[in-house]
Design a protein around this ligand. Sequence first.
Ligand code: GLU
Length: 446
Amino acid sequence: MMNIDRILLDLEKRNPGEKEFMQAVREVLESIEDVYNENQHFEALNIIERLVEPDRVLSFKVPWTDDEGKIHVNRGYRVQFNNAIGPYKGGLRFHPSLNLSILKFLAFEQVFKNSLTSLPMGGAKGGSDFDPKGKSSAEIMRFCQSFMLELWKLIGPDMDVPAGDIGVGMKEIGYLYGMYKKLSGNHNGVLTGKGINWGGSAIRPEATGYGVVYFITEMLRMRGDSIEGKRIAISGFGNVAWGVAKKATELGAKIITISGPDGYIYDSQGVSGDKIDYMLELRISNDDIVKPYSYEFTEVEYNPNKKPWEEPCDIAIPCAIQNEMDEADAERLIKNGCSYVCEAANMPCTRGAIDLFRKSGIIFAPSKAVNAGGVSASGLEMSQNAMKYSWTPEEVDKKLHQIMKNIHSTCVKYGTQTDGSVDYVKGANIAGFLKVANAMVDQGVI
Ligand code: GLU
């Protein structure tokens, strides 16, 4: 029988202070406990202990020179967590807050997320505590090249396929890929999120946000509802928020907020049309996002140092970073009549917030299901690279849409409770776990 407290205690001893990693593991274990206990061979094969230990954790020095000639050293990482169902796959994050606990939580989550996509991808994550903010393109290039000087030994199209995440967009992928190509002599597409003219896939930039909206439309459809006319509060201003704003607006919803480190804006007219494109410009040129937006579009309300969850909305979509939505935010959303909370960033809601959503009857969907569209499009990029062929945007979008519909129905299949309600957290975790665990059983103790 699974003893969650004992497993977590052991894990805590071996990984002291890794609170994000523990948070992610606890959520999965609590969800899969019953299924695990029903399948006794999992216990006999010690599947849990094998599942919570990453296959490999690599850390390396990344020295680079700034434009003034000063030399800096950052730390680079790659956590290859589990490759039971396919090559390691997952993004690279460049952010000053990055540490091993965050990377292990992200890589662990990626194992189950990738399993849910139905594509053959294992789970990994990597990155650096390098902060790309305020750096020149030449500095970013030198950093990426130095980073790849170490990483290229660890990756390959059938071994490990990195991509972007926070702080790593197409520009960084370009510099990383260029150096990989030079070192290995291979143009084999080993990174995803590449430029469209050099092996990238159509719809990859939009895919995470589009996937989020496709998942939500399924949730609503199942309940006889639709996204049209819904007021949606989102946080963040990056690639995910942009994709959500684009697709949700196209389908007739109104995006009423976006946010940055400096606060949030409330836009009563909705973030639509030119304003969505303006988000892209802000991302490239500014650290402060919200203030410039409020100067550009005068009808909006600028709320410095506050979070968007203060605004009454029908759907809340945190798109920024882990643990950005806490109990106080959850209480506000509940009080203001929000009906759905869907995680578009990785694990943006704290455990306390999720418990409150459950108690209040808010329908909550977890990131490993909701934001799986990004890595799904990456998987489709890998397929196109392997075939040396490209699909049209319509073809990729159709496949992405189908994948998100499947993920939703899989969550419903495994998450439907005796009272008929759907526990999306359970559904996503059980489905993601079973596929990986069964592959581990088939492949023996390795
Ligand atoms: N970083 C994204 C995620 O969290 C995408 C990963 C990928 O495309 O490999 O899923």
